[in-house]
Design a protein around this ligand. Structure first.
Ligand SMILES: *Cc1c(COP(=O)(O)O)cnc(C)c1O
Length: 373
């Protein structure tokens, strides 16, 4: 039997090969590998697609969050609120900058942080909140922005997993995730919903002053070449990656649609299995299914994963530990987070990508049904 991988970048490339190869060849012919028109064009197209005034490209999604935090004039010991059921990036850059990560629990159903948990964690030292839009749907940004305004806090959205998702406001207007907070960050790691052929990232903001400052920070703190005003870093998206992204951005809406169709098929195929909860939607956000993440109720998550592996089907645990249990944060003191603890033991993400077919999904779900019967 053929193995079923988590993602299928080969088939997607095969489908877009002509367009992508031409775009890369153009960069090779121009020999403009860093900066230049292709990179600028991508920033403009992404800003246009997202409805954001400014897009600053950078080297990866982790740098994007770091540069965003560096632009805010925070000082050592200032607190930044982040969810504990999460990838490492947010906690890592907060710690790296000498700031204090304050971890909060997430909602057990939608896996994202809640406004209530944020408000409970606010102290006189709190300066910023980094909501992470996990697996493809947004945190409750309208409530989060309300609290942030009340307490005068900066909000940086980690949108690495949810690019293209629409956020639905109470007044029935919509905005793309990553453009609601003061700053939004994203990653173009190859397996992300908008992925390049290496590393890449971007920062979004409507604030021109912040945009100028972040652009400087990403470029060694310089406004003018060889004149350095700030301590910055060196973080750039290269032209080959931008060329790939220019092509893929044109297809992002269809990529999202394919993921949503695959998710619907999974939902239907899995509907009779009582030990499995399929991903729960929320009223305020579309789901763009970066991951299709199950909640396994009967305590046999690891055995199910082993069974799937034994028949050649990949699956993944995002994430096995709450951030406060990672060895790097062993000094971090917190009471255990009830939901994060449960989710780390019970979540299982199934293969999800733009090339998914009914055949593949029937085989995967067939094995899940076989395991539970
Ligand atoms: C992928 C990811 C990042 C980091 O992106 P890189 O480009 O790998 O640095 C940050 N946050 C979340 C939630 C991610 O999924």
């Amino acid at each position: 039997m053929n193995k079923i991988p988590m993602v299928d970048l080969n088939s997607q490339y095969a489908r877009l090969k002509n367009e992508i190869d031409t775009a890369i060849q153009d960069v090779l012919d121009s020999s403009q590998f860093i900066g230049g028109d292709v990179v600028r064009q991508f920033e403009i197209s992404l800003a246009d697609y997202l409805g954001s005034k400014h897009v600053i490209s950078c080297a990866n999604g982790t740098d994007a969050i770091q540069i965003a935090l560096m632009s805010l004039d925070l000082t050592r010991g200032d607190e930044v609120i982040i969810p504990s059921f999460n990838y490492i990036s947010t906690a890592e850059v907060v710690a790296l900058l000498g700031l204090t990560p304050v971890m909060i629990d997430v909602d057990e159903k939608h896996y994202n942080c809640t406004a209530k948990a944020i408000e409970e964690a606010i102290t006189t030292k709190t300066k910023a909140i980094v909501p992470v839009h996990l697996f493809g749907q947004s945190s409750p940004m309208e409530e989060i922005m309300f609290i942030a305004k009340k307490h005068q806090l900066h909000v940086i959205e980690d949108n690495a997993q949810s690019i293209g998702a629409n956020y639905h406001f109470e007044n029935e207007t919509t905005k793309k995730t990553g453009t609601i907070g003061h700053i939004g960050c994203t990653s173009f790691f190859p397996t992300k919903n908008l992925g390049c052929f290496g590393d890449g990232g971007a920062i979004m903001t409507d604030d021109e002053q912040l945009a100028n400052k972040m652009r400087m920070i990403a470029k060694h703190g310089q406004k003018k070449k060889y004149h350095h005003d700030l301590v910055g870093c060196n973080s750039r998206l290269d032209a080959i990656q931008a060329a790939v992204l220019n092509v893929k951005l044109r297809h992002l809406e269809s990529f999202i649609q394919k993921r949503q169709e695959a998710a619907l098929r999974y939902d239907e195929l899995l509907s009779d299995i009582t030990s499995v909860n399929v991903p729960q939607g929320v009223s305020w956000s579309d789901h763009v299914y970066h991951q299709y993440t199950l909640h396994i109720l009967n305590g046999h998550r690891d055995e199910l994963q082993n069974h799937l592996a034994s028949v050649g089907i990949a699956s993944a645990v995002y994430y096995p530990l709450p951030l406060y249990k990672q060895p790097v944060f062993s000094d971090y003191q917190t009471v255990e987070h009830e939901h994060a603890e449960v989710l780390c033991k019970r979540v299982l993400s199934l293969p999800m990508h733009t090339e998914m077919t009914m055949d593949i999904q029937e085989r995967i779900v067939g094995e899940i049904i076989a395991f539970f019967s």
